[in-house]
Design a protein around this ligand. Structure first.
Ligand code: UGA
Length: 436
């Protein structure tokens, strides 16, 4: 059954969700307050680098199934269901800043004159869904006719379209049979493909999302702590992770040691979880999260210090090549990027930092120079840092780069380079927690 769906907020989450809903056959309108973004999306183009998103936008804006607008009046009483796909960045105290959700709800509510389902997709502190429902009901002419459900999103940047079209699970947090029925109609296609569904209350739905990100972050910090142990004891963390991964209860995913996690989600979501846990006096959870964060921050510090140590303790005026700026490969996103933290530390210590990334475009700033190729970054460098594991970096030619670099020293911050090939070409390869 074709539904009329609005998606409010059209950044990573909302733009992908809107395109995905159109692909499922629904009539979709994306709403955003940013007219430039709306114009780009309405022309079938994507404002972000995300594999497969632009073809989907192009196809469905052309077919007429997908539109974008800045005008809430176009969607308020038109849509059968409104999805909220807005950002929840960190407030200065680390809690989630809900102002985008509040503005959206405040713009929508006064226009609602018929019974409406509003479904949150954003990652929020537990309790937000009910508070938003109250905020909507107070302002909407239909009053208690507005109901909120929560349907968290688990998409990964770089795989956003794939994860939207073929989710590994769906979570429907609802308060009524009617809301559940609508969500089942929205997701009729993945449901026919036997996608697992968890049907639950609002609080559980909100918590599932933060728990998933916290667990992933914990896995990464655990393996990074083991990398420290391997480094101290002379073991190899990659082989250790492989062996752990063969245990189905553990799994190999998210056991890649290195610079740790960054991006627009994991760091802010676990911080907000810790703040909320403290508010609810669940100290054990905030303590766990703090340990995970401390390990993660430590990895960035340690890498910067290692680079300085390799250069004899003094980096003033020293040229350093940094490979990678995005927080992970497959995206142009540099939010909370471990690579950039390391680059900034080295710049602050006086180094001249040249960065290359295949996709990320850094805003012009005076602390480091972005160059257009690996060769430009490496030319004259006294050390090379491999900080974001773009697949193409694995296939670099260590012989050719050795001709360009001033010193043949490379720190592989992601443990992904084939060290023997680099060593054969005369490079000193430093990998924390890998036996050489
Ligand atoms: C993450 C979650 O994986 C998604 O399920 C979730 O929907 C999303 O946050 C969100 O909340 O919106 P994403 O931020 O795109 O997705 O990135 P991840 O693929 O989770 O990677 C996060 C960071 O962990 C990256 O910096 C990556 O380099 C690092 N990482 C990942 C490791 O250091 N080691 C690993 O083994 C895996």
């Amino acid at each position: 059954m074709t539904l009329r769906i609005s998606v409010i907020g059209t950044n990573y989450l909302g733009a992908t969700h809107a395109a995905g809903m159109a692909e499922f056959g629904h009539q979709v309108v994306g709403v955003d307050i940013d007219p430039a973004r709306v114009a780009t999306l309405a022309a079938g183009r994507s404002h972000i680098y995300e594999v497969g998103l632009e073809p989907l936008l192009a196809r469905h804006t052309r077919s007429g199934r997908l539109r974008f607008t800045t005008d809430y009046a176009e969607i308020a009483d038109w849509a059968d269901v409104h999805f909220l796909g807005l950002g929840t960045p960190s407030a200065p105290d680390g809690s989630a800043d809900l102002s985008q959700l509040h503005s959206a709800v405040d713009a929508l509510a006064p226009l609602l004159t018929r019974p409406t389902l509003v479904v949150g997709k954003s990652t929020v502190p537990v309790g937000t869904a009910l508070a938003l429902q109250e905020r909507l009901r107070v302002q909407a002419p239909i009053g208690d006719g507005v109901e909120v459900a929560w349907n968290p999103e688990f998409l990964r940047e770089g795989f956003a379209v794939e994860d939207t079209l073929r989710p590994d699970r769906l979570v429907f947090g609802t308060q009524s049979a009617r809301a559940l029925e609508i969500l089942e109609q929205v997701y009729a296609i993945p449901l026919t493909e036997a996608t697992p569904v968890v049907r639950c209350d609002l609080a559980t739905a909100e918590l599932i999302k933060t728990a998933a990100n916290a667990f992933l972050a914990t896995k990464i910090s655990f393996i990074n702590a083991m990398a420290q142990m391997c480094q101290a004891a002379g073991g190899d963390v990659v082989l250790l992770a492989d062996a752990l991964g063969y245990d189905k209860r553990i799994g190999r995913d998210f056991l890649n040691a290195g610079l740790g996690f960054g991006g627009g989600c994991l760091p802010k979501d676990i911080r907000a979880l810790a703040v909320r846990a403290d508010e609810l006096e669940v100290g054990v959870l905030s303590q766990l999260v703090e340990a995970v964060e401390a390990i993660n921050d430590g990895q960035r510090n340690e890498l910067a210090e290692l680079a300085i140590e390799q250069l004899g303790g003094e980096v003033t005026g020293v040229r350093i090549a940094v490979l990678g700026a995005a927080f992970k490969p497959g995206t142009d996103d540099t939010r909370n990027s471990p690579a950039l933290t390391v680059a900034e530390r080295l710049h602050a210590a006086g180094a001249e930092v040249l960065i290359y990334d295949p996709q990320a475009k850094l805003p012009p700033r005076d602390n480091f120079v972005q160059v257009g190729s690996v060769e430009e970054a490496v030319a004259g460098a006294e050390i090379v840092l491999h900080l974001t594991e773009w697949p193409e970096f694995r296939y670099l030619d260590p012989h050719a780069l050795g001709e360009l670099a001033k010193n043949k020293i490379i720190i592989d911050g992601r443990l992904k380079l084939h060290a023997p090939s680099w060593r054969d070409a005369g490079w000193k390869v430093v990998q924390i927690g890998r036996a050489s």
